[in-house]
Design a protein around this ligand. Structure first.
Ligand code: GRF
Length: 193
């Protein structure tokens, strides 16, 4: 089967990017990571990607109109033949054009069981709500923030004494399992043998 060509967008640590990258190195992987792009040239994940031999593209978004910045990213993704896009801690709202260009082929991971707790400060809100279970969700990206069709979820128990940081760390472990699985399922739909 022809492998899908995944582009990953990050703004920070990039641990989900790393999970996708290492999953792509397993035998019979359905996708390869062909570029890691960022709006933050200082994102630690870029250094890891580069060290792993993955082409990187970094440009500071400040001072560039959103649509123009997204067009730069879009051009770079197309230049290297990306077929699918994974947002992995990409902390920029995307323009409608960009979202439309990748409709059905762009996913995001969110650290809650959507539709609960869309947006930011998720773990604080999970704890404040007294939830006993949280988790992570992978969804298709649409103009509705954190509201696109859900492709997969994973549950994580909240433990007495959890802080936002301990919960975030445990949810990340679960994210790293979920994201490669869901991307594999998605690209298989689009890449028949
Ligand atoms: C993850 O919790 C992800 O769900 C959210 O941002 C965080 C990114 O972490 N969208 P990392 O950069 O992948 O380590």
């Amino acid at each position: 089967m022809r492998k899908a060509r995944l582009g990953i967008l990050i703004s920070r640590t990039g641990s989900n990017m790393a999970a996708l990258l290492y999953a792509s190195r397993l035998p019979d992987a359905a996708f390869e990571v062909v570029i890691v792009a960022s709006n933050n040239p200082a994102a630690p994940g870029l250094a890891l990607a580069a060290a792993e031999g993955v082409p990187v593209f970094a440009r500071d978004h400040r001072g560039i109109a959103r649509a123009d910045f997204d067009a730069l990213i879009d051009a770079e993704l197309r230049r290297v033949g990306v077929t699918h896009v994974a947002l992995a801690g990409y902390m920029r709202l995307l323009s409608d054009d960009f979202v439309g260009n990748w409709a059905g082929r762009m996913v995001n991971i969110h650290p809650s069981l959507l539709p609960a707790h869309k947006g930011t400060h998720v773990h604080e809100r999970v704890l404040a709500a007294g939830d006993s279970v949280t988790g992570a969700t992978v969804h298709l990206v649409t103009p509705d923030l954190d509201g696109g069709p859900i492709l997969g979820k994973i549950r994580v128990a909240v433990i007495a004494g959890d802080t936002p940081d301990t919960l975030a760390a445990r949810v990340l472990h679960a994210e790293h399992q979920l994201y490669p699985r869901v991307v594999t399922d998605l690209v298989a739909r689009r890449h028949p043998a």
